[in-house]
Design a binder for this molecule. Structure first.
Ligand code: CP
Ligand code: NVA
Length: 328
């Protein structure tokens, strides 16, 4: 499998075989790290990380993975560069492409990361846009494979805001890997029709199915996985909270949501999550609306079904695999 020089912008650009290769490579690099086997095979290379939105996992994963591979890293936050304000994306791409071997971008519209990729001349990795979060997919699929020993044929239910980066990306990943995907939410939050049509087309080749379902009991019947994400994403206005809470509270992942699922079903979340009052935003929402747990209850989050910290760890191993495959 040769992925050298490829961008990593959305899983739409990758075949099922290529995605499986990245998942397996991530597992291999994880094993090496656990065994203390050095893998600094990209010594002498340099990468730039551009973050126009905040991050804990993605930034730390890129930095630790780069260091493990022997690379040097420059981190650019929105206030510390000229990007967008004094310099266009195309010009920035051509400047950074002359100095770095690879560029990570986290920000707003997918068209920005596409533009960066068009002009950079080096691999560009999407660290999250409004539309997609592809590096998270490799970590989540690795986590699933570690847990169940397989991917094909699993039933995967995504509850909540299914028309944003996480819902979109998970639907694509499931379609490509033969997993039965169900978006469980009210109509307003169903993924867009064109993407659903694309995924259904892909699914005809892989044995996956794509279902949109408003009823929680029907959606979660015999599920292997229930996944959720925040109801208000980075970059969305605070004013939207009232509407989101009203629309999406019926889709909170709580113990009841697991009643129809398989007894051994697991809970997943890309994180960060609002499951208690130990965050500033969590407390603000509580003071304004009276809800102390949002997209997931603390009981589920902290309970035995939850694999959220395995997912978080796997971000690092999978980002390492993506960089390694596209740079080595
Ligand atoms: N899941 C995820 O991308 O987390 P961060 O926003 O902390 O990077
Ligand atoms: N949907 C979330 C994902 C965070 C990893 C956001 O965009 O904020």
């Amino acid at each position: 499998m040769d992925l050298k020089g490829r961008h990593f912008l959305t899983l739409k650009d990758y075949t099922p075989k290529e995605i499986e290769y990245l998942i397996d490579l991530a597992a291999e690099l994880k094993a090496k790290k656990k065994q203390g086997i050095s893998h600094d095979e990209l010594k002498g290379k340099n990468i730039a990380l551009i973050f126009e939105k905040t991050s804990t996992r993605t930034r730390c994963s890129f930095e630790v993975a780069a260091h493990d591979l022997g690379m040097h890293v420059t981190y650019l936050d929105p206030s510390a560069s000229q990007i967008g304000k004094k310099e266009s994306i195309a010009d920035t791409a051509r400047v950074l492409g002359r100095m770095y071997d690879g560029i990570e971008y986290r920000g707003y519209g997918q068209e920005i990361v596409e533009e960066l990729a068009k002009y950079a001349g080096v691999p560009v990795w999407n660290g999250l846009t409004n539309e997609f979060h592809p590096t998270q997919m490799i970590a989540d699929m690795l986590t699933l494979k570690e847990h169940f020993g397989r991917l094909e044929g699993l039933k995967f239910v995504y509850m909540g805001d299914a028309r944003y980066n996480m819902g979109n990306s998970l639907m694509i990943a499931c379609a490509k890997l033969g997993i039965h995907f169900v978006a469980c939410t009210c109509k307003k939050y169903f993924p867009n029709e064109a993407l659903v049509a694309y995924c259904r087309e892909v699914a005809t080749q892989t044995g996956a199915t794509i279902t949109l379902e408003e009823d929680v009991k029907t959606a979660t019947k015999d599920a292997d996985v229930i996944y959720t994400d925040v109801w208000v994403s980075m970059g969305e206005p605070d004013e939207i909270w009232a509407e989101r809470l009203e629309d999406l509270m019926p889709y909170q992942v709580n113990e009841k949501a697991f009643e129809a699922a398989k007894p051994e079903a697991i809970f997943m979340h890309c994180l960060p999550a609002f499951h208690d009052l130990n965050t500033k935003i969590g407390r603000e929402v509580y003071e304004k609306f009276g809800y102390s747990e949002l997209e997931v209850t603390n009981e589920v989050f902290e309970g035995p079904r939850s694999v959220v910290f395995d997912e978080a760890e796997n971000r690092m191993h999978s980002i390492k695999a993506i960089m390694y495959a596209t740079l080595k």
